[in-house]
Ligand binder design. Structure first.
Ligand code: SF4
Ligand code: SF4
Ligand code: FES
Length: 319
């Protein structure tokens, strides 16, 4: 048995204006999960402690919370792996969500972003037009298996720094789920789905890999790369700044072996977008004054051919 101090965030939006913390001492086997420890605290010490849970098996996605500052499933986190030297575990609600009561948060923004991408199959043909099941080859199915394991726990969403600064961003889970239908050969709305997720700020993803921690190995960060590749390959929403930025970036590195930042800014904004270019002019002048603007004509680096061989292996066109 181990004595553990659960240092719990407490807040009730119905009665409190500011949160406070309660430290609850529990005496439990050290091998139990953080969720078990919370259940014990609620059953034996303070019945008002609120948190979501259902399956206790990393299946339902309900129990995501911050444990010592790291978001994860409480039912998949052993106390012995996270207890600090002073015997405490700090437990907070997921970031990027409004707290409702203690560890329970308002999930509406997360679900709304799912709903916008129409998370159900929209087949090419009508149900009435086919007499057998719609078949998918094992190779086509392989692409979808991992992402179909998503339990919508919102851990990745809570970890995403872009969601924290721009709540309009669809977030990693919704984009990964969009991928699940974009790459489904039975679905008939591929272009519409790519356009929808582009409108929901697909291109804002900064590829920081914070969402690479996913309890079900969905790897949303790589699915975001796949959706961006699909957008460029299918030439969907190519007038947006996001795909233009990606293509100019890649083209510059392919031609020169390094990034030409002046060209990147022009290409992203639009070379004939006078209003847009005028807006960034003061910044360009400041950069030039500090010697940070690259020369207008840059030469390729030595051995640029070695860089170009990387691009030759890519499937996405760099133009
Ligand atoms: S992608 Fe992973 S972390 Fe994100 S909601 Fe799905 S299961 Fe949770
Ligand atoms: S990789 Fe993109 S979606 Fe994932 S956490 Fe970073 S910014 Fe957010
Ligand atoms: S209780 Fe279901 S995922 Fe943790």
């Amino acid at each position: 048995m181990a004595k553990i101090k659960l240092d719990i965030f407490r807040f009730d939006e119905a009665t409190d204006t500011v949160p406070h913390r309660d430290v609850v001492d529990v005496d439990i086997p050290e091998t139990v999960t953080v969720l078990d420890a919370l259940e014990h605290a609620k059953a034996e010490i303070d019945g008002s402690i609120s948190f979501r849970r259902s399956c206790r098996s990393a299946i339902c996605g309900s129990c995501s919370m911050n444990i010592n500052g790291v978001t994860g499933l409480a039912c998949k986190t052993n106390c012995k792996d996270v207890v600090k030297d002073d015997g405490s575990i700090q437990i907070d609600p997921m970031p990027n969500f409004q707290p409702m009561k203690d560890l329970v948060v308002h999930m509406d923004p997360f679900w709304d972003k799912y709903a916008r991408l129409k998370p159900y199959l929209q087949p090419k043909d009508k149900d009435s037009e086919h007499e057998t099941e719609r078949r998918v080859s094992p190779d086509d199915m392989k692409k979808l298996v991992d992402v179909a394991n998503c339990i919508m726990c919102a851990t990745c969403y809570a970890l995403c720094p872009v969601v924290s600064v721009d709540p309009a961003f669809a977030g990693p889970a919704a984009i990964a789920y969009a991928y699940r239908f974009i790459e489904d050969v039975r679905d008939g709305k591929r272009d519409e789905r790519i356009a929808q997720i582009s409108e929901d700020y697909l291109w804002l993803c900064a590829h920081c890999y914070a969402c690479s921690y996913c309890p079900k190995h969905v790897d949303p960060n790589w699915r975001i790369v796949d959706v961006k590749r699909a957008a460029i390959k299918d030439r969907v929403m190519m007038n947006e700044r996001g795909p233009r930025h990606a293509l100019v970036f890649a083209k510059s590195v392919k031609q020169l072996g390094v990034l030409n930042e002046a060209d990147l800014i022009q290409g992203t904004i639009g070379r004939f977008n006078i209003v847009g270019l005028t807006k960034v002019m003061p910044q360009a002048v400041r950069m030039a004054a500090r010697g940070k603007l690259p020369p207008p004509f840059m030469k390729p680096i030595p051995k640029v051919d070695e860089v170009r061989t990387i691009f030759d292996s890519l499937e996405v066109p760099v133009s």
